[in-house]
Design a protein around this ligand. Structure first.
Ligand SMILES: NC(=O)c1ccc[n+]([C@@H]2O[C@H](COP(=O)([O-])OP(=O)(O)OC[C@H]3O[C@@H](n4cnc5c(N)ncnc54)[C@H](OP(=O)(O)O)[C@@H]3O)[C@@H](O)[C@H]2O)c1
Length: 280
């Protein structure tokens, strides 16, 4: 029997590349589309990609959170307009789309973990562009699922873990914010979850993150301890580090909704993080 074919848009990014290997291991036939040969803002490229597979997973995005403040048009073209157009093309083709979104659609002011029905109020341009993408996708009328993820890290990208280790290895003392709280989430775990959903093709909105919550500061201490690094980690506040884009302080997700669909409990954040550190 032919393997189910999936088109992974943004297939060479941090999430896309893990999804490619995990989906292949799980018996899918992934085809990867990414810059420079594939541009999600080009309707012909998107039409061609959608025609090649029964299911489409959109991991392509403008992900430079600070850069989006000075390049808002570019962020909106990739994260919003292109996603709406992708939805229209998927609808015409009668296929199903999994789209990846972010905790940055929230302002982080709630004192509770966010559920899918909470109102979104993004506080930076990247978050606004991603929320606009979700809305345009909903208007497109295609069959789709949105999975919001947060604090992701993987082997194929620059992320909090790799940046922290670069600074630590350069011998710098580390100051890390203790007022941003979330769930460090391995793109390998996100990929496994996407593969489970590919089998049932739900049409819904889900939050997915590793289980448990931690501050960036405690996460940094955990990494340094696990690697037995001789480096000082000191706590500080987000306000000590002015950056072009404001960050939400509370990134906690309530993942009960997606948990009910999964065959295994979601792993606590420490276990995949330790495995990841062992691979570096
Ligand atoms: N990283 C996080 O902490 C995080 C948190 C929450 C949600 N997310 C979401 O997770 C998804 C995957 O992101 P990621 O972490 O894997 O980021 P990533 O490594 O930056 O991957 C995004 C991919 O999209 C590609 N891309 C950018 N513009 C494109 C265009 N016009 N046409 C085609 N491809 C384009 C990028 O190519 P280039 O590298 O060449 O630009 C890259 O390969 C995104 O939807 C992101 O918003 C990420």
């Amino acid at each position: 029997m032919d393997k189910p074919r999936i088109a992974i848009l943004g297939g060479r990014g941090m999430l896309g590349s893990d999804l490619a290997s995990v989906s292949r291991e799980q018996g899918f036939d992934p085809i990867l589309f990414d810059l420079p040969g594939f541009d999600i803002t080009n309707a012909d490229h998107v039409r061609q990609a959608v025609s090649r597979a029964g299911m489409i997973v959109n991991c392509a995005a403008y992900t430079n959170v600070d850069g989006a403040e000075s390049e808002p048009e570019w962020a909106f073209q990739v994260n919003a307009e292109a996603v709406g157009r992708l939805g229209a093309i998927v609808r015409e083709a009668g296929k199903w789309l999994m789209h990846i979104s972010t905790d940055f659609v929230f302002d982080g002011k709630s004192d509770q973990p966010y559920v899918e029905t909470d109102s979104a109020h993004p506080i930076n341009t990247y978050g606004k562009s991603k929320l606009a993408g979700e809305e345009l996708l909903a208007e497109s009328g295609c069959r789709y699922c949105i999975m919001r993820v947060e604090w992701t890290y993987g082997l194929a990208g620059n992320n909090f873990v790799t940046k922290l280790l670069q600074r630590a290895r350069a011998g710098n003392a580390l100051k890390v914010v203790d007022d941003q709280v979330g769930s460090p989430t391995a793109t390998l775990e996100v990929s496994k979850t996407i593969c489970e959903l590919l089998k049932s093709q739900p049409e819904d909105l889900f939050h997915f993150a590793a289980a448990g919550y931690v501050s960036r500061y405690d996460m940094a201490k955990c990494i340094v301890n696990k690697l037995s690094m001789d480096v000082d980690v000191a706590p500080c506040k987000t306000s000590d580090f002015p950056s072009p884009a404001t960050r939400p302080l509370n990134s906690r997700f309530d993942c009960s909704k997606i948990s009910r669909l999964l065959s295994e409990p979601i792993k606590h954040w420490q276990e995949p993080l330790e495995r990841f550190l062992g691979q570096l």
